[in-house]
Each structure stands twice: as C-alpha cells, then as structure tokens.
Design a protein around this ligand. Structure first.
Ligand SMILES: [Zn+2]
Ligand SMILES: [Zn+2]
Length: 317
C-alpha cells in the first residue's frame, strides 16, 4: 500500500508557516529600510554612508525581497496542494504505476517517494477537481509570481526589480484567496505560536508591539479600502490615536498609533475601539485645550486628546 498519505492540514500548516515567514521577513526589511533611509538622509555626504555602502545596502535588500517572494510562492503551492489533497491525495501523483519507485523494505511505498505534478500544473489541476475554481485575477497573480520566482531561482537577472509594494499585495492576496478570514487573527495566531514568542513569554505586550510595528510599516502603503480589509479599520470613519497602543504598549517608540475609531460611530460616541489591541476605551467628549486642534475626543486615563495627542491640563480646585 501507499503509506504516509498527506492530509490537507499537513499542507495548510506548512503554507501558514511559509506565508508568515515571508511576511515577517518583508516587514523587518521595510522597517530596516525606513531606518536606513532616515540615517542616510541625516548623515548626508560628510560621513557615514558613502555611495558604495548605499549600493551594497540596496543590493542586499533586493536579495532579501527575492527570497521573501520565493517563500510566498511556495506557501501558495502548499495551500493549493492541500485543497487538491482534500479531494484525493492521489490526484497529486504525476506518474503511472509502471514508473513508481521500488517499494520500501516493508513492502509499502511512502507517498513522499512518488513524483507529484509540476508546479505549473497545480492551478489547472485545482480548478478541474476542486468544488470552486480560483478567480481569474488571482490566477494571473499566481502565474506572475511563479514566473518571477523561477527567474529569481534559476538566473541571476539584474533586470528583475521587485517592489515591496507588490509583494505586500501578493502575500495578502494569497491569504485572502487561499486561507480566508481575518488577517489580524492569522498574524496573531502566528506570533502567538512563534519561537520568538516563547523567548519573550514574560514580556507583556510583545505580541501587540509586533502587530503595531507591522501596522505602522504597512498601513501607509495601502489604500483606505485595503486598510479596512486588512486591519479592520472602517473606511470613511475618522481615525484617532489608540490610547492603549500609543501610551502603553508602544510608549517609548517615539510614535503614536492612529488605529482607533469611535464606537458606535455617532456624534456623541463615548468609546474608541482599536483592532490592533482589540480594546475599547471610554472617552470624554469635550474640546481639546490646544488652540490649533479641533478635536473633541479625550481619553480619561491618559488625559490626552486622541486627535492631536496633546496633554490636557487640569485646573486645581
Ligand atoms: Zn490599540
Ligand atoms: Zn487635540
């Protein structure tokens, strides 16, 4: 018999690990790029970075971006294989029985020893056997990804210019089309189960800090509709600083986190909610004390205006 026959959950598990790895690599690359750009701008011509340093930096960034793309593509392949396996694992076999390898010493054959279909046939195979085919736009995206990945893996083509913008959308597209559900929940669960999490198990707010960093890096690169889809922030609603994220979790990073909206969204709404920390905070509706600010959403706990971040003074009674 054929033994060690894989199940969908086997492929999904590896797909999840790979997609999260590609995303994590991309985020740290973007965060480092931002820091490097600031440093290069500040250091000017006098000292610090010379042209060769800068060129070497961008070359190394391009390599990391290519690697993240290849990992994302592999994740997509695993998810697609998982869906095919759900119909029947034997659909994945490429060869007829006469080309199968010799049986193991126990007389059985391990599934992993059998040749499986080529990557370029996976999408076609999926669409022929799965209950619902993939959308045309996503199929085109996958095909572009496969071609790019092959170009990276098999040649050293200096012409290939990858954009981090494209890669973000690719990773999010793979999640939307092949995993589904909430992206934040997907990331939370991955961070929760990561090796780093075990290392920092005592560090309060570690997980949220990571999510906030991702939000800060990625959000400016997305459209309002994409921010709504990915970070669950309603489009068309005014955004406020999240008091928890800004002055508790992320305090000390020198940045405030604009990730909260009024809930309910009515003129006298008395609570703000943030999807990153998933916390609601009561707010007071009174005018901000800063002259130039028109905000009127003030946090009790931190005495701050959630529009400008300005501290609110109390009169001594
Ligand atoms: Zn928050
Ligand atoms: Zn204000």
């Amino acid at each position: 018999m054929i033994k060690d026959v894989p199940e969908r959950s086997d492929f999904d598990g590896i797909g999840n690990a790979l997609l999260n790895q590609a995303w994590g690599d991309l985020i740290s690359l973007l965060a480092n790029l931002e820091a490097a750009k600031n440093w290069l701008a500040e250091s000017g011509d006098e000292e610090g970075a010379d042209e060769a340093d800068e060129e070497a930096y961008w070359a190394s960034a391009a390599t990391k971006l290519s690697t993240a793309l290849a990992i994302a593509h592999q994740a997509a392949e695993f998810y697609i294989k998982g869906r095919i396996v759900e119909v029947s694992p034997f659909l994945l076999l490429a060869n007829g029985v006469r080309d199968w390898p010799r049986a193991d010493s126990d007389g059985h054959t391990s599934f992993s020893k059998l040749r499986t279909v080529d990557a370029q046939d996976l999408v076609r195979l999926h669409d022929r056997c799965a209950s619902a085919p993939m959308g045309d736009a996503f199929k085109r995206q996958l095909e572009d990804l496969r071609v790019q990945r092959n170009a990276i893996m098999h040649t050293v083509n200096k012409e290939i210019v990858l954009s981090s913008n494209d890669l973000i959308r690719t990773i999010l597209g793979i999640h939307r089309n092949l995993v589904g559900g909430s992206w934040l929940a997907f990331r939370r669960s991955s961070l929760e189960n990561s090796g780093d999490r075990k290392l920092y198990s005592d560090a309060e707010g570690w997980l949220e800090e990571n999510l906030i960093e991702e939000f800060q890096v990625v959000q400016p690169m997305l459209s309002v509709a994409e921010v709504q889809a990915v970070f669950e922030l309603p489009a068309g609603q005014r955004r406020y600083f999240c008091p928890n994220c800004s002055w508790d979790t992320f305090d000390g990073h020198g940045q405030m986190v604009c990730s909260a909206t009024l809930r309910p969204n009515v003129p006298d709404g008395a609570t703000v909610w943030c999807p990153l920390c998933d916390k609601a905070q009561p707010v007071e509706r009174r005018d901000c004390q800063k002259m130039e600010c028109l905000g009127n959403v003030i946090t009790f706990e931190w005495d701050r205006c959630l529009t400008c971040g300005g501290r609110q003074e109390h009169c001594e009674d």
